[in-house]
Design a protein around this ligand. Sequence first.
Ligand code: PEP
Ligand code: CO
Length: 443
Amino acid sequence: MEKPFSYPDAALLCSARDRLAQLPPLVTSGEIEKLRNEIALAQAGKRFILQGGDCAEMLAECSSAPIANKLKILLQMSLVLIHGLRMPVTRVGRFAGQYAKPRSSPTETKEIDGQSCTLPSYFGDLVNQIDFNKDARTPDPFLMVEGYKHAALTLNFIRSLLDGGFADLHHPEYWDLSFFNNATVSTQRRAQYEQMSRTLADGLAFMQNLGEQTVEDSSRVDFYTSHEGLNLFYEQAQTRQVPRRTGFYDLTTHLPWIGERNRQLDGPHIEFFKGIVNPVGVKVGPTMQPDELIQLIDALNPTDTAGKLVLIARMGAGKVAQNLPPLLEKVKSEGRTVLWMVDPMHGNGTTTSSGIKTRNFDDILSELESTVDAHSNAGTTLGGVHFELTGEDVTECLGGGSGITEEDLSKNYVSLCDPRLNYQQSLEIAFLLAGAISKAKES
Ligand code: PEP
Ligand code: CO
């Protein structure tokens, strides 16, 4: 198992944890229970979950435009999905706490002034700093308190935007659909996009005409938060009992998940997640075996409670057809209640000849389509999707209607971690996913 980072100063760690434990929760048990109900509906095929945001949030990027733009793209994608799937969509941001990153190696070695220097890897702003020097890379427990504060600032802004009618960005006239006309979009796809956006605009206009009350109601949308629960010190410090409810709630976020690198059955993450009542996600990569998956399900959800467990498959486009069906069949035949989602990002990383980490839009789409097919064949429900995306005009993933090429990648490559879909690519993939799911339903 990957060796986790460690804090060198135990006394400092204790005081940071004490401080975090005193601070009010970031989310409430009532919200968590509401999300659990929505996940239960998604399991039953009556709702769809859209989860997305940065690979890693940065404390320095806690400012209005990136947050508002992320909210805007998630909202617009959700409307495309509501329209295409004809069902309600629950929006879950990878935000307000997505500050900790798993690493394949606990240390990193670089040549500094002709000397080889080994320091702890960068584990995200919740743990240490990215600069390559000893001070910056030493895990600092008070970064957890900083992370908490920035999560609170982010959430405060999100809640205010939503309360203040930001959801009015529903209006398609505010949407940037210029990618429809890009030369790389086929005539057939362009016609499909245009038709979908026309009927979506008609639908929204119809809602508006129903009267002020309805518009007000329809502009009040819910958002939930999620992050990888990597730093268990952070999660534990905000885990507590709540009056008139049973069990322990992790109140840093609504939906924490366990990453692909930390889901060992005898590992500390499974142990911690067993003890909380939040719905929890687990990434499921191509090495997962059917029996192991059942053991994992039984560890995390021994009572088979609806809405409790979200399995986020991230196989890689070329591996879905072979690796996903045995897992779907096994969970189905053993009668376990889970929500199947797909993360079409993390199995599709590539590196260009000039060494830039990227992902190809077509691979992302292909993983979505083969996952939809696998569920169709198995008679199981795909109940959600998990993206790494931003509302900004970055150039991190290749392809899509906006036609990003290898040469374009350096124009605005901002992510310090994994490459994200930009605004146009995100909106486009939502159209394509809605199309793929409705086609599967019809056939
Ligand atoms: C992530 O979601 O950023 C991540 C690291 O994913 P995975 O655990 O699936 O590799
Ligand atoms: Co990532």
